[in-house]
Design a protein around this ligand. Structure first.
Ligand SMILES: [Zn+2]
Length: 275
């Protein structure tokens, strides 16, 4: 994973998933830098590449312009974007020809993952601490974008996206390359004991390796490592999974963080699209 400084759009920074990203495929995770938000007094918390639709007290034209900048920087148009009403579900929506024709569509449905095999569709998920996952099957020409919060992780939404790609496009998980972008790290992700117990009741003692249980009174959860492990269990080779390894809460200059800022924040996005 590389932090790229865009050569054309001044100040634009994003993480490229180097194991997927190529002239034929865009696979990137945005940072908060390079957009037009947060320039007016009182809106600094949106600075600057805010990609959150319906942000409170944000000018929607700024968000639209930010989507335009991001899409253009990747050789796409903002009219290619498909996004979701993210609800912390384990639901996957497949973008077929009929749905693709409705784009740009920033709120395609209530779900937390998108898959498609159609070129020119730029899949997008919104992120501000939760785990973004991009998936690519070069053999069958199929892609996926996943938003995995803790509920989605508990329900293994990443696995479900892989299964959808297998069922719909014939993807062999062994051929799938994955990238996991910046999310809240185990350094900062303090959780409740009831949270830990929910994972424990589903996965048993094996889940303990993704928690720190002896730092203070509350557990800390390693959500990115858990998502990687579930992908490996689903058949994606560990060496085919690229990890950003950056914490959204620890890096305020690069990322928005819900845990750090509450609702007074923008959101990043993860994008994947075949040209
Ligand atoms: Zn941290």
């Amino acid at each position: 994973m590389t932090l790229a400084n865009d050569k054309i759009f001044h100040g634009l920074q994003y993480l490229t998933a180097d194991n997927i990203h190529s002239p034929e495929v865009c696979a990137i995770f945005t940072t908060r830098n390079g957009g037009v938000s947060g320039l007016t007094p009182g809106t600094g918390h949106f600075r600057s590449m805010n990609l959150k639709i319906n942000s409170k007290r944000e000018d929607e034209s700024n968000v639209a312009q930010n989507f335009r900048i991001m899409a253009l920087s990747q050789g796409f148009s903002a009219d290619d974007v498909v996004g979701l009403w993210q609800k912390h579900t384990d639901k996957v929506i497949a973008v077929d020809d009929a749905l693709a024709e409705t784009r740009p569509h920033y709120k395609l449905g209530e779900a937390d993952a998108l898959v498609t095999n159609i070129k020119g569709v730029l899949l997008s998920v919104s992120i501000a601490d939760c785990v973004p996952i991009l998936l690519y099957d070069e053999v069958n020409g199929a892609i996926g974008a996943v938003h995995a919060g803790w509920r989605g992780t508990l329900a293994q939404i990443g696995t479900k996206a892989v299964q959808h790609m297998s069922k719909l496009y014939g993807s062999n998980p062994a051929d799938i390359k994955a990238a996991i972008g910046a999310a809240i790290g185990v350094c900062c992700y303090e959780v409740g004991v009831d949270f830990y117990e929910q994972f424990r009741s589903v996965y048993g003692v094996a889940i303990d390796r993704f928690f720190i249980l002896n730092r203070g009174t509350k557990p800390y959860c390693n959500l990115t490592a858990m998502n990687k492990s579930f992908l490996v269990d689903a058949g994606v080779p560990a060496q085919s999974i690229d990890m950003a390894g950056l914490c959204t809460m620890c890096n305020p200059g690069l990322f928005y963080s819900h845990r750090r800022s509450g609702d007074m924040r923008g959101a990043m996005a993860a994008f994947i699209g075949m040209k």
